[in-house]
Design a protein around this ligand. Sequence first.
Ligand code: 13P
Length: 250
Amino acid sequence: MPRRPLVAGNWKMNGFIASLAEVAAMATAYDAALKRKVELIICPPATLIGLALEVATQGGVGLGAQDCHLSESGAHTGDISAKMLKDVGASYVIVGHSERRAEHGETDRIVQAKAAAALCAGLTPIVCVGETRAEREAGAALSIVGRQIEGSLPADAPGTIVVAYEPVWAIGTGLTPTPADVAEMHKFAREQIEARLGGGKSESIRILYGGSVKPANAPELMAVENVDGALVGGASLKAIDFMAIAEAYR
Ligand code: 13P
């Protein structure tokens, strides 16, 4: 079974009710021919998921969240569970984004528990991994990502998982790795996923590239072997840019 490409927009801490017009424009531009080629989802802030549901899903655009708590419910003021996200219409949730790892001290162990909580709630976790600039310069990019995959993926995943490779130094900087570096990392990531999950499961797991994906570089990056789509930050806020990235698959 060929892997169906996935282009996911991560709005991060951006977006108001007025921004739903962008989701509507995405849904309109996502025509039948493009739907056959690529799956599209938007991960707005949790405040907008329920509000975006109708306009997004009517146009075939899926919804995801940006984080979830590792517990199902309880005394965790300010947190949101995977089950709650599912309840308001999310079908995906990003876990272990480098901004969460850096700003909230999330370790591989926490990310793994969040991914497991997502699966348990019937959501597909998008598990993020990626090295820092210092780690790449030290020649440690592969070993760091290998360790993150080993530590962040639940060993016996009862559902689908998506993995996103996002080099920290490429996020929001306009910098990207070369296609050769992306190819090397994604091939390695698939081997590590197989080592973690076994049973040929890695073949069906989509590995997204994220970090300064723009309309101009999307065709080159999406053509790299073992790249099964993109996790897009800044360029996902405007329908015109996000759809131009998705067009790389038409
Ligand atoms: P940019 O596309 O803005 O570099 O962000 C990438 C990212 O972090 C997506 O999760």
